[in-house]
Design a protein around this ligand. Structure first.
Ligand code: NAD
Length: 246
């Protein structure tokens, strides 16, 4: 129950969905968490529930000053910062022929540029309080294409590439950087979407608690020799199409 003792993590998009699950698991394993989101009421309530080992800060990941503030608050409240989880994300599916500039720019600025800004803002603290870990939440959409997913797929491939670049850049500094690639997971993001799972070898979607153990592993020193790597939990989706030939 103490796998994350001595770890202080900052998670973007931590108010609900998978981020909420990761926050709960980190505190359950003895860590401390700064929950950062644009959903202030949900994030504040979660932090109060997990107090004194949690703090909520307002963070729009597209804002450089919000990132600087979140990092400063983490160090001020808990004395250090040694885990960053770039989890905030949005999903827009639109055909490539009609997706608008605004849709494209919004998605890339949150999913990809937001993750970059998080790394840039947190890097000095992560180096200072090393050993540290950056966990970038990509997707199976960072491994494979999907129809209608041009912006989302591009952003998640970008997060995967950003991970490699940061892992190489920070390798000598005691800061490891890895990407996590969930398949379809039941969260508010996917609520209301009708998706067939017959192509998935395990023939179902996942739940947030099937991703949190990967995040715990990467946040802790158990993963001390892993950096620049991809960690997949997708029911086998990226291994191949399970729909039988007829
Ligand atoms: N649900 C899935 O099937 C699935 C699969 C693979 C990857 N992912 C990725 O996992 C991550 C978490 O997604 P989820 O499914 O829990 O979705 P979710 O919608 O439940 O959670 C996303 C969180 O990000 C926050 N957020 C959105 N824009 C933000 C911004 N500008 N600044 C700060 N926070 C912002 C939201 O408020 C929300 O709390 C995302 O990066 C998503 O792309 C999801």
């Amino acid at each position: 129950m103490n796998r994350l003792a001595g770890k202080v993590a900052l998670i973007s998009g931590g108010a609900r969905g998978m981020g909420e699950s990761h926050a709960r698991n980190i505190v359950a394993e003895g860590g401390q968490i700064v929950i950062a989101d644009v959903l202030d009421d949900l994030g504040q309530a979660l932090a109060e529930e997990l107090a004194p080992n949690a703090l909520y800060v307002h963070l729009d990941v597209t804002s450089t000053s919000d990132w600087d503030n979140a990092v400063a608050k983490a160090v001020e409240a808990f004395g250090k910062l040694n885990v960053l989880i770039n989890n905030a994300g949005i999903l827009i599916y639109a055909p490539m022929t009609t997706i608008t500039d605004e849709q494209w720019d919004k998605l890339i600025s949150i999913n990809l540029t937001g993750s970059f800004k998080g790394i840039r803002a947190a890097s000095a603290a992560l180096i200072r309080f090393a050993p540290s870990s950056i966990i970038n939440i990509s997707s199976t959409a960072g491994l494979m294409g999907s129809a209608g997913g041009s912006a989302y797929v591009s952003s998640k491939f970008g997060v995967r590439g950003l991970t490699k670049a940061a892992a190489v850049e920070f390798g000598r500094d005691g800061v490891r950087v890895n990407s996590v690639h969930p398949g379809n997971i039941a969260t508010p993001m996917t609520a209301g979407m009708t998706m067939p799972f017959s192509h998935v070898p395990m023939n179902r979607e996942g739940v947030p608690n099937e991703i949190s153990p990967l995040v715990l592993f990467l946040a802790s020193d158990e993963s001390s020799f892993s950096t620049g790597a991809e960690f997949i939990a997708d029911g086998g989706e990226s291994a191949g199409n399970a729909t039988p030939f007829v």
